[in-house]
Design a protein around this ligand. Structure first.
Ligand SMILES: Cc1ncc(COP(=O)(O)O)c(C=O)c1O
Length: 403
């Protein structure tokens, strides 16, 4: 897959060296077409959407509608109105958490491998007695315990929502959502899927998979920073309480009587990040034109290559499955006896190799499993074997240097 040329960030030299970017699980780079689309907005019709009667405003309205359609098609939604634009996955999850009509006895179930964005909102709500929160533990190999889940769902009738990641950002493990959704629905629970790590890499069809809510970030799928999406089934979105309110969310205000607009406007308060939304539509078009299945295969093949090479280094322990095809382009490792932050700093400063170190916003899992901060390389469509070679060589070099 020859897409490196599409990404301006990769076609530059920093200190005479090309950058090697292996941090796409955090933030993807942006292709030229997305940047151009945003510049087009700023240079040609930088108006507000939906309000004024002039040409700049109507063009903005038209381009936002196109972007909504592109994103809606990308995830297989029935109607574009089911796509709400937000800032990121975090805001999308908070929108559901704050707006779903919970009773204090309702339980929200998460796994023990949730990103803070899908944990902290529930922990706080539980502390404030708005809901109750429960966690289901993963198996020792990090996989989802479907039997324990089925038992719990049948036993615990107060579970109202199952809020889980589709793909983990620690080990790239993909949860078996088809079975999880079936079991949840059989037991009258709604599923909120955190698709931050899956939507950029894997084909999702919200209709076929019967997904109730799906939260994801534009910036991890070649889209602009500060863009995200909440998809929901129409009847569920209509049932949500308003979230952030103000201009553009209401049809009328008369005295203290407020009439809210329909979805999606009801949840898109104030003037929006139009350049971002339009850029996100372009990102969805870019990935669709390439084919998300091709992206997934490319990333898996590269992860196999990385896995073979990294396993040859002594004392490198990979988190999660030993099968790289089951890690969605993520290879997260602990190098025994070496501080992962120091490795990351060396790779960046000396080699222009950008990886991520730390607890990857899943502190709860690192604390529970007493896992040391780790070094994560995460791959995307613009990576190739030369990136992996550079990373593994750089890693070996650092280990030799300090031993
Ligand atoms: C699994 C998962 N969920 C949620 C998030 C939060 O995404 P954002 O920071 O875009 O809101 C991330 C970000 O890395 C993630 O990996």
């Amino acid at each position: 897959m020859d897409t490196k040329k599409d990404f301006p960030c990769l076609n530059q030299k920093i200190g005479g060296l090309s950058p090697v970017y292996l941090d796409s699980a955090c933030m993807s780079l942006k292709p030229r077409c997305v940047i151009d689309k945003m510049v087009e907005y700023y240079e040609q019709y930088s108006g507000c959407g939906g309000r004024s009667a002039h040409k700049f405003s109507s063009r903005t309205t038209e381009e936002v509608a196109k972007a909504r359609q592109l994103v809606s098609d990308f995830i297989g939604a029935k109607k574009p109105e089911q796509v709400l634009f937000t800032k990121n996955t975090t805001e999308s999850i908070n929108l559901v958490a704050k707006s779903f009509k919970f009773k204090p006895t309702d339980i929200v179930l998460t796994t023990d491998k949730e990103h803070n964005s899908n944990l902290v909102p529930w922990l706080l709500m539980s502390r404030n007695k708005i809901i109750r929160h429960k966690t289901i533990s993963s198996k020792p190999d990090g996989s989802f315990d479907i039997e324990a889940f089925r038992d719990l769902m049948q036993r615990e009738k107060d579970i109202k929502m199952v809020s889980i990641n589709h793909v983990s950002n620690i080990d790239g493990y993909k949860n078996p959502i088809k079975e999880i959704i079936e079991i949840a629905h059989d037991n009258n629970a709604v599923v909120l899927l955190d698709g931050a790590q899956s939507v950029p890499h894997t084909k999702i069809d919200v209709e076929k998979e019967d997904i109730d809510f799906l939260a994801f970030s534009g910036h991890k799928m070649c889209g602009p920073t500060g863009t995200g999406v909440l998809y929901g089934k129409e009847e569920l979105l209509n049932e949500l309480n308003p979230f952030i309110v103000g201009g553009d969310t209401v049809e009328d205000v008369d005295g203290d009587k407020i009439t809210f607009l329909e979805i999606p406007e009801k949840f898109e308060a104030g003037l929006q990040d139009y350049a971002g939304i339009i850029g996100l539509g372009e990102a969805a078009r870019y990935l669709s034109d390439i084919g998300i299945e091709k992206v997934e295969k490319h990333v898996n093949d590269l992860n196999i290559y990385l896995d073979e090479k990294i396993k040859q280094i002594e004392n490198v322990k990979i988190i999660g499955s030993s099968d790289p095809k089951r890690r969605s382009g993520i290879t997260n490792a602990v190098v025994e006896g070496i501080n992962s932050h120091e490795i990351a700093m060396y790779l960046d400063e000396v080699k222009n190799i950008m990886v991520r170190d730390g607890a990857h916003c899943v502190h709860s899992w690192y604390n529970k499993t007493k896992t040391k901060a780790s070094l994560r390389a995460s791959l995307y469509l613009y990576n190739d074997k030369s990136d992996i070679d550079a990373y593994v060589e750089g890693l070996k070099e650092y280990i030799e240097l300090i031993r």
